[in-house]
Design a protein around this ligand. Structure first.
Ligand SMILES: CCCCCCCC/C=C\CCCC(=O)SCCNC(=O)CCNC(=O)[C@H](O)C(C)(C)COP(=O)(O)OP(=O)(O)OC[C@H]1O[C@@H](n2cnc3c(N)ncnc32)[C@H](O)[C@@H]1OP(=O)(O)O
Ligand SMILES: Cc1cc2nc3c(=O)[nH]c(=O)nc-3n(C[C@H](O)[C@H](O)[C@H](O)COP(=O)(O)OP(=O)(O)OC[C@H]3O[C@@H](n4cnc5c(N)ncnc54)[C@H](O)[C@@H]3O)c2cc1C
Length: 669
């Protein structure tokens, strides 16, 4: 049964590629030195016996999955400190290799709890809390969402009422819908959380604010008096995480536990107005800004699996008696997988822009300049929503493109999908985020009409809509970008006109807005799509790499843009911007690009540089030995440990005997 070496088809794919995948890897990870360091850290984790010996998640029950995830992530946390790894991206490489399929039970501690302390706490609070956080004496999470409200955070019902005599806040869950519900790791892992609650002082409600709450004893880990909390039960994904619920029965915390960098309550209960609105939403903005890259990585993994497998998988003889074709040679398979591959690169590029923009903007905010906050909010909300929608849809396409084996956990794709898809919901439900983008765009559109200057990324709105596309037979990037700009501009104008018309005929602005939220989301989506396309072209054009690598990369970029036009064709032709002939050029270009990308498909996924130990996929193995791997996976199923299961004797035998007895001729009489 044993088969060795690299599968011949996959080996040939690598030989026929027109570019060196290592060049693209170097670009993706920002230089050869960084690639070397990434591989070094990944190998350290992969070789660590604690991670190596851990059982495969797929064969474990929920409690075992939770325990494995906890064990791995805590060991990784300790090793990261021992090894002196401090760069966030390096920590990520190490953690991903250490626990590729285990969601971290201390994930919220690292991604939201500590960053919120760093950004929203006073210097004194930081001195007190951060050392405890780093040593994991304090393990925290971000408790905002409630049973009754997740999206509408101004409507949260948990209260924090200030008592000036005791100089304490009283945290309460006034009714069922006010209980905290969903926060990651709140149920069993954490002993602290950051609670979002309505601040009431001197009888006045000042809206939602953040408070530090200890939930469990730091030695015994028992819940503290007045706090009821637990796990919310199994979910579609994040099976190994204890998303939690929490009820607060008049729990008192000291005044100093309110996050007071920007918002303050003095000892006598006086509320001090903050320097700007929505500063306590910044923790959400941080994670939103990171999600586009994260989801792009999820999709890139699904693409590696589906494309390598499609090069190995052979189905159906093309001519009678001839060899069966690699499924990757079918144009329809290419039409499924290459747009998905192009999308993953597009999102990795958009994520790169987004995170850099986040760092730049928050540095300005730190200095007290809040002017770019609306842009940061709009872009992070929009790209988060757009990228999670596009990538999760593409992951599912990858799964189905693997046929039956894609449905098995052996492929690795179902797990990628269930852990990626909540990205459409958490950190701001996608439709709601798109409506925030629309709100920003409408504001920009109004400013434009008033003759005001616009930020650079909405400058496209200033271009005339009274134009036609410059698209020729040779589909040029410039004409593609202009088409996206035109569509985005036209759709925001259409939504604005519709709202204005309703207001003119007597509707209130709110009513007119609510009657047009569907066209508003079309406009917001078109804006995000345009942004991603433009950014992708700019990054490819600026990339420092040899001509062949750039050509291979550019083909993907063009495919992303061309495929988007075809998928949303109605919006590009509705006003006659593209004519019939131009549409035909674009359709032909799509087919040409599929053929151009075909010889490079495997090299383009190899460039993502994921070791097998991270992918943990029988179908996505670097050596392509998928059938042996599937057989080994099947053999390792715990159901195969015994030849005959106890359940056979417990259930099958008795029913067989009963049925046999019932079917005796005498018994029927
Ligand atoms: C990197 C490591 C990763 C590890 C990953 C570990 C796994 C993590 C897994 C899961 C984590 C999940 C965590 C969570 O889900 S936490 C909970 C997240 N919840 C949300 O996101 C709630 C969504 N809702 C909102 O954000 C808001 O309610 C809202 C929809 C934005 C509306 O807010 P509000 O009602 O206050 O505002 P208005 O619509 O009335 O608008 C008023 C003005 O405010 C501006 N605004 C809104 N938000 C922001 C912001 N964030 N920044 C700046 N400005 C903002 C808005 O634009 C309006 O401005 P205007 O000028 O038009 O008046
Ligand atoms: C895996 C996971 C992890 C999570 N982790 C955390 C965490 O750590 N901490 C935390 O606090 N929360 C967490 N959450 C909760 C999450 O942030 C919320 O579920 C999310 O913000 C969406 O809110 P909701 O559930 O209230 O959705 P809802 O708002 O109830 O959405 C339901 C539907 O209503 C629509 N809708 C709602 N409002 C509007 C509107 N104004 N206009 C148009 N349509 C609207 C939505 O588009 C959606 O279709 C987590 C959730 C998940 C799934």
């Amino acid at each position: 049964m044993a088969t060795g070496g690299v599968n011949a088809d996959l080996a040939k794919e690598r030989e026929r590629a027109t570019f060196d995948s290592e060049q693209l890897t170097n670009f993706l990870y920002r230089g050869p030195e960084k690639v070397r360091r990434k591989r070094y850290l990944q190998n350290l984790a992969i070789q660590d016996p604690v991670f190596k010996k851990a059982p495969l998640w797929a064969f474990l029950n929920r409690e075992q999955q939770y325990a494995t995830a906890l064990k791995k992530h805590l060991h990784a946390y300790r090793r990261i400190q021992e090894l002196g790894i401090t760069e966030p991206v390096e920590k990520f490489y190490y953690r991903e290799a250490a626990a590729p399929h285990e969601n971290s039970p201390i994930g919220l501690h690292e991604s939201m709890f500590i960053p919120t302390i760093e950004k929203q706490a006073t210097e004194e609070q930081k001195r007190k809390w951060l050392p405890l956080c780093h040593s994991l004496k304090m393990i925290g999470t971000y408790a905002q969402t409630e049973l009754g409200h997740g999206t509408f955070i101004r409507g949260l019902e948990t209260t924090a009422t200030y008592d000036p005599v005791a100089k304490e806040f009283i945290l309460s869950t006034p009714k069922l819908t006010a209980m905290k519900y969903w926060p990651g790791n709140l149920g069993k892992t954490t002993n602290h959380c950051l609670v979002m609650a309505q601040l009431i002082t001197k009888g006045k409600n000042h809206g939602i604010h953040m408070f530090m709450l200890q939930t469990r004893d730091m030695e015994t880990h028992q819940p503290l008096p007045g706090i009821e909390l637990g796990d919310i039960g199994p979910k579609f994904g994040f099976f190994d995480n204890d998303n939690g619920y929490m009820i607060l029965k008049d729990v008192r915390i000291p005044r100093e536990n309110m996050f007071m960098r920007y918002y303050k309550v003095l000892e006598d209960g006086t509320y001090v107005t903050p320097p700007g609105d929505r500063l306590n939403y910044l923790s959400m903005v941080l994670l939103r800004s990171a999600i586009t890259s994260m989801i792009g990585q999820h999709l890139s993994q699904a693409c590696i699996i589906a494309i390598r497998y499609s090069a190995v998988r052979r189905q159906t003889e093309i001519s009678p008696g001839g060899e069966e074709a690699q499924v990757l040679d079918y144009q329809t398979q290419q039409y499924k997988l290459f747009p998905a591959l192009a999308t993953s690169y597009a999102m990795l590029m958009a994520g790169r822009f987004m995170y850099d923009f986040y760092l730049k903007t928050t540095a300005q905010i730190e200095k007290g300049d809040l002017g770019t906050m609306p842009q940061l909010h709009a872009l992070s909300a929009g790209l988060k929503a757009f990228s999670t929608w596009e990538c999760t849809a593409a992951i599912e396409v990858c799964r189905m493109s693997c046929g039956g084996h894609g449905y098995s956990h052996a492929s690795g794709i179902p797990k990628i999908y269930v852990d990626a898809t909540p990205g459409c919901t958490y950190e701001g439900e996608n439709t709601v985020m798109m409506l925030q983008v629309a709100r920003f765009l409408m504001k920009m559109y109004t400013n434009l009409q008033k003759g005001q200057e616009l930020p650079s990324f909405v400058q496209y709105m200033t271009k005339s809509l009274d134009t036609k596309s410059c698209m020729k037979e040779e589909v040029a990037p410039k004409c593609l970008v202009m088409a996206y700009e035109h569509r985005a501009s036209r759709l925001i104008k259409a939504a604005a006109d519709a709202i204005q018309a309703m207001v003119m005929s007597g509707s209130s602005p709110q009513e007119a807005w609510n009657k047009n939220t569907v066209p508003l989301t079309w406009a917001a989506l078109a804006f995000c799509h345009m942004f991603v396309v433009k950014n992708f072209f700019e990054m490819v054009e600026d990339a420092k790499m040899d001509g062949q690598t750039k050509a291979a990369f550019m083909a993907l970029c063009k495919l992303y843009a061309v495929n988007g036009v075809i998928t949303h064709l109605g919006e590009f032709i509705q006003d006659g911007y593209l004519n019939n002939q131009q549409v035909q050029y674009i359709q032909k270009s799509l087919l040409d690009l599929l053929a151009e990308i075909r010889p490079n498909a495997v090299a383009l996924v190899d460039a993502f540089d994921y070791p097998d130990a991270i992918l943990q996929s029988c179908l996505g193995r670097y050596d392509g030995q998928v059938y042996q791997a599937l057989y080994d996976f099947a053999k390792s199923s715990p159901l195969n440990e015994k030849e005959v299961l106890d359940s056979f004797f417990d259930y099958v035998k008795p029913v067989q005997q009963e049925l046999e007895a019932m079917n005796q001729p005498m018994a029927r009489l």
